[in-house]
Design a protein around this ligand. Structure first.
Ligand code: ADP
Length: 262
């Protein structure tokens, strides 16, 4: 019997480092997400955690593909592949029917158009403004003394919405601080914050044109409040997998597996 082939995808994001190990190109052997991105110890810690989870050492990995914002700074990659390519590969593997992929990460948001074979046909991106990205949510969570992982539950508990009128993250932060000083309801503020992210993101999706089904990837897809607001803003329920934040790493590991067979 042939020995198992392990490949690794490493996604060095702006905010989080993700690593995924694939066995024989299809079976997920391990995943890890570390809340520290490119330029920190995050990537190395993510790799070490995934190897430990799979019970492997670096020498057991046949091929490594790096992607993400800090992909060029990763030592030990056999291939370096753009985020757009890896997100397209990952999303198509999880949801082959998806025609539009919305990825919201810590520092940017991108919308990809895929054809029926998962090939990237077109994309639009916001990497100029923090509004409509994970950074906006991270800033607001800090002001509200919440963890980003709590925002979804707070949104679900809200009985009303306090709309955030500023689109600029810095001004919106001041707006939330002044609302807090007036003892505004935190859950209603969280809902307003999610609506604000959804309005920005929905206009990015419309710039490319929404072809359904829509899949959502990136760490912000873990926030059920943003998903609620986007579903309302776009009029469609996005497909989201539990691997959403690992989508780029998944695509990278699939890429590494294909390369190892060549
Ligand atoms: P990047 O690749 O740019 O580092 P990610 O796709 O990893 O970004 O997404 C990071 C963002 O995901 C954070 O800014 C945060 O807002 C959001 N996020 C991370 N973990 C969670 C969680 N448990 N619940 C809700 N949101 C989360």
């Amino acid at each position: 019997m042939a020995a198992d082939i392990y490949t690794m995808g490493v996604d060095l994001g702006s905010t989080a480092s993700k690593c995924l190990i694939l066995k024989n190109g299809t079976e997920i052997a391990a995943t890890s997400t570390v809340g520290a991105g490119a330029g920190t110890s995050g990537p190395d810690r993510a790799v070490a955690a995934a190897l430990a989870q799979a019970g492997l050492v670096r020498g057991d990995i046949a091929r490594v593909t790096a992607t993400g914002y800090g992909r060029n700074s990763f030592e030990g990659a056999d291939d370096i592949v753009s985020e757009l390519s890896c997100h397209a590969i990952g999303a198509h593997a999880v949801f082959p029917q998806a025609r539009t992929v919305l990825d919201i990460g810590g520092q940017d948001a991108k919308v990809l158009r895929l054809d029926g074979n998962g090939r990237l046909q077109n994309f639009v991106m916001n990497d100029k403004c923090a509004a409509g990205t994970g950074r906006f949510l991270d800033v607001m969570a800090r002001v509200l003394e919440l963890d980003v992982s709590e925002l979804g539950a707070r949104d679900a508990l809200a009985e009303e919405t306090i709309a955030i009128s500023s689109t600029c993250t810095v001004f919106a932060e001041s707006e939330v601080i002044s609302q807090l000083a007036r003892r505004a309801d935190i859950n209603a503020l969280v809902r307003g914050i999610h609506d604000s992210v959804a309005v920005r993101t929905a206009s990015l999706v419309r710039r490319l044109g929404l072809e359904e089904p829509l899949a959502m990837t990136g760490g912000v897809a873990r926030n059920s409040g943003v998903v609620r607001a986007l579903t309302q803003a776009l009029g469609t329920v996005p497909l989201i997998s539990p691997l959403c934040q690992l989508n780029g790493a998944y695509g990278a590991a699939i890429h590494a597996s294909k390369k190892s067979k060549e």
